[in-house]
Write a protein of this length. Structure first.
Length: 245
């Protein structure tokens, strides 16, 4: 496809997104069939199909096959954002150290915002997650549940960009640190620190939540650096961003 045609496909993709939003289309809603879309947007079939493929890659729609098939509205997920982020970071030659430094910069602020904004439902979810983490102290699921606690904290901040970024970072780093795991001592440390963070959040103590999270993240980064220094130099790759949520 030529550059002009590719540009037209991108413009068309944006028009379709605007129509989805203005018509309050939600996940599962079907869009017009191909012939109706061709008439609606007055474009060539190849341009329309290119635009739809682009939207499918972005997680905006999925294309169903067979009779009655066509574009169906979806909702872009964290994995879609993480995938785009990983692709860009690969070309920037970013490594795990860079991702951990980003986490160190934002995690304390996220905890402080959660202390101010968390709802009763958020607090219940965080409490349940911490209780599960306690039960999984010696389980292989410990690291994954640990990440979920931080994800929940991000979304409890009341700022969806925090939730999105924290969850995306976990998708990027999860596959980079497979098999590393935490020692029993580090798991105990993580549990104590998370308990203090949650207590501060429950008390609406933003300063305390920030301080406790800062200690937790700094200690976690130091642990990784001491246990596997080579790991921090591992480069981000597009494939790191698993599409599994």
């Amino acid at each position: 496809m030529g550059r002009a045609k590719a540009k037209r496909a991108l413009v068309l993709a944006r028009e379709i997104v605007e129509d989805i939003e203005s018509n309050a289309r939600g996940p599962g809603d079907r869009l017009l069939h191909e012939d109706a879309m061709l008439a609606r947007y007055d474009v060539a079939r190849a341009t329309l199909r290119e635009a739809l493929r682009f939207l499918e890659l972005q997680g905006v729609i999925h294309l169903t096959k067979g009779r009655g098939g066509g574009p169906v509205v979806a909702r872009p997920q964290t994995a879609d954002f993480a995938s785009s982020m990983a692709l860009i970071l690969q070309f920037m030659d970013a490594d795990l150290q860079a991702l951990l430094e980003l986490r160190e910069a934002i995690a304390p602020t996220v905890a402080a915002k959660a202390a101010q904004m968390a709802t009763a439902a958020d607090l219940a979810a965080l409490g349940g997650c911490l209780a599960q983490l306690e039960r999984e102290r010696e389980s292989q699921q410990f690291e994954e549940t640990n990440r979920r606690f931080h994800d929940l904290l991000g979304w409890a901040s009341g700022n969806p960009t925090f939730g999105l970024l924290i969850s995306a970072l976990h998708l990027l780093t999860r596959n980079m640190s497979v098999g590393l795991g935490y020692s029993a001592q580090e798991r105990d440390t993580q549990l104590r620190c998370l308990g203090r963070v949650l207590h501060a959040v429950r008390m609406r103590d933003a300063v305390g939540a920030r301080r406790q999270m800062d200690r937790l993240i700094a200690g976690s980064t130091q642990y990784l650096a001491e246990r596997s220094p080579d790991l921090l130099a591992q480069k981000v790759r597009w494939g790191n961003a698993s599409r599994e949520i």
